[in-house]
Every structure is written in C-alpha cells, then in structure tokens.
Design a protein. Structure first.
Length: 302
C-alpha cells in the first residue's frame, strides 16, 4: 500500500534530523500498521502540527483514523489519557502502539471549536474539563515536576532578557506556591486544550483529541484558549482575553485565582521557549510572540 504523505507533513522534515528521520520512515510505518491491524484506507491523509492522520476503517468497518505522531515526550502518554477517559469527553481509543506512537481513534467530524464565537468555544472547553478532570492515573508525567524544571531555567535567565524581570520572578514564585499542595488535588489534565483540539462528534456534541496529559492542578488548563486565535482579539486584546478567561473559569468550575496564576506561569514559560528558539537576537516574529505572552500574563492580572 502506498500512502501519499501530505506536503505539510513532508515540510516537518525541516525541523531537524529527528523530524527528518520520522518523516522518512512514515510510508513504511503506515503500511506496516495498516497491514498488522488489518485497516482499510478510507480517504485522504491529513495532519496536525506534529502528526499524520489517516482515515481508515477497522475490521468491523467502523470509521476510524490512524494517527501517527512524532515521538516527543509531551505526547508519550496520549494513549493513557484516552484509555482512561474511555470516550467520555474525548475521542475513543480503539487500539494503540505507544512505542510506534500509533493510535487508532474513533473518527470524529471535521468541525472544531475554531468555527464558533471564541467566548462560546471557551465555555464548551470549560464544560469538557468537568468530565476530563478525573483523578489521575499512575505513570502520567507530573505537572509539578515539569514546571519545577521550567522554574529552574527561568531562575537562570539574565535580568536583561526580553521578558520583563518582574514577570519572570512572579512566575517562579507562583510555580512554588501553586505546586505546594499538588498531591491533594491531582487530576488528569488534557494539557493542550485549544480550539483545534476539540472536534464535533455524534455521541457528544464536542469531544477532545490530542492530549498532552499531565497529573496535577485542574486550574492549569485554560492558557491555550487565550493564546490561540490571537488575531481575533485585535482592537480590544485585554477585554477579549478576560472574556475568554471568565468563560472558561465559569464553565469549568475553576478557582479564578489559581487559574490566573497558571496563565501567568504558562505565558512566561512559553515566552522563554521563544527565547530558546532564537539563540541570539529575536527576529520580528519571535519578538511578537514574546510580546503576546507578556500581554497575556499582564491582562489576566487585571
Ligand atoms: N479522531 C479524529 N477524527 C477525525 N479527525 C481527527 C481525529 N483526530 C485527529 N484528527 C484530525 O487530525 C488533525 C491532527 O490531529 P491531532 O490529534 O490534533 O494532532 P497534532 O498533535 O498533530 O495536532 C486534527 O486537527 C484533525 O483535523
Ligand atoms: Mg492538535
């Protein structure tokens, strides 16, 4: 069987040697798994930011998709989260081979939350959190360990870095405060619940896909709803961000103060990643990204 690898997936090879090797091996991997799992291709391949997604039918004729993801740490436990949710609030997992980052998933619709009014979409995402945030399962990466490492790196940033020093200090202090009592409130987090990762379904109107799961505080979740669909905020960025924040906090039954703190932490961590990618002077796009994350961190503090 020959699969046409979408141009967007081929382009991922430019991200580095590991990506190039992954893209290179995809045609063989697809044909292996399609053969082993006795799948029938059923439409054109699509992709996300770091995956190839192929519509297929399984042996029962059920419409499913085969997702082959780039093997990064963040997505290593995607199958555990989906298994645990068992279709409640998220796409059903039909079969998985975590070592090859292959998932066979219930096929959902083509619409995602990008097509809705952003504030309404934030309400829907918040509602899904009520279902997804179940007591954590063993083996998941811990939020406290992950942000602890990031806080250490933030602590070593020079004072004259493009991220205001006051915000860097605030973020490291917040990490310690927000993770101090994690053990008592540890749930399974989606980790990347943005508009494009919620698809229309039939069993449920909306279902999550693509978790980057962590075990930790549920108030960690809102940030991706703030930094995605950024251009739509033009004209009233602060007001728009606060409307989104309030909608997700309300619908998700979140603790407003802790949610605000986590937005600050995640915005500063993302700004720091941007500096990492730059290794030297920032280009205009990287400067814009840093400005965006700083704006978010300030806006939620009203
Ligand atoms: N269960 C599914 N049903 C239908 N389409 C899907 C499904 N899972 C993923 N897709 C499609 O593939 C795209 C990429 O999948 P996603 O899991 O978000 O991977 P990535 O990590 O690359 O973003 C989605 O945006 C969606 O268009
Ligand atoms: Mg995605």
């Amino acid at each position: 069987m020959r699969t046409v690898i979408p141009v967007g997936v081929q382009a991922m090879a430019e991200r580095g040697a590991q990506w190039a090797a992954w893209v290179d091996g995809l045609p063989r991997l697809v044909s292996q798994i399609v053969g082993e799992w006795r799948l029938t291709p059923d439409g054109e391949a699509t992709h996300g930011h770091c995956s190839l997604v192929l519509p297929v039918r399984d042996t029962s004729g059920r419409p499913t998709v085969l997702k082959l993801g780039f093997p990064d740490d963040e997505s290593a436990h995607e199958h555990l989260a989906l298994q645990h949710w068992h279709g409640d609030g998220a796409a059903q997992l039909v079969r998985a081979d975590p070592a090859r980052r292959a998932l066979l998933l219930e096929r959902l619709g083509t619409d995602d939350l990008t097509g809705l009014w952003d504030v309404e979409a934030c309400g829907i995402a918040g509602g899904l959190m009520l279902t997804l945030h179940r007591p954590a399962v063993p083996r998941l990466r811990r939020l406290s360990a992950y942000v602890g490492r990031e806080a250490d790196i933030l602590g070593r940033l020079p004072r004259d870095s493009p991220i205001p020093h006051r915000l860097v200090e605030q973020a490291t202090t917040l990490v310690h405060a927000l993770t101090a009592d994690e053990g008592s409130s540890s749930v399974i987090l989606h980790g990347d619940l943005h508009y494009g990762n919620v698809l229309a379904g039939e069993r449920w109107p909306w279902l999550a896909i693509d978790p980057k799961p962590l075990a930790g505080d549920r108030n960690f979740e809102p940030a991706p709803l703030l930094w995605n669909r950024w251009d739509e905020l033009a004209g009233d960025v602060r007001g728009g961000l606060l409307r989104r924040f309030d909608a997700v906090v309300d619908a998700g039954g979140l603790d407003e103060d802790r949610a605000r703190g986590w937005v600050v932490v995640r915005a500063v961590i993302n700004a720091r990643w941007t500096l990492d990618g730059a290794r030297g002077a920032l280009n205009p796009e990287q400067r814009d990204r840093v400005t965006r994350f700083v704006t978010i961190a300030k806006a939620v503090q009203r």
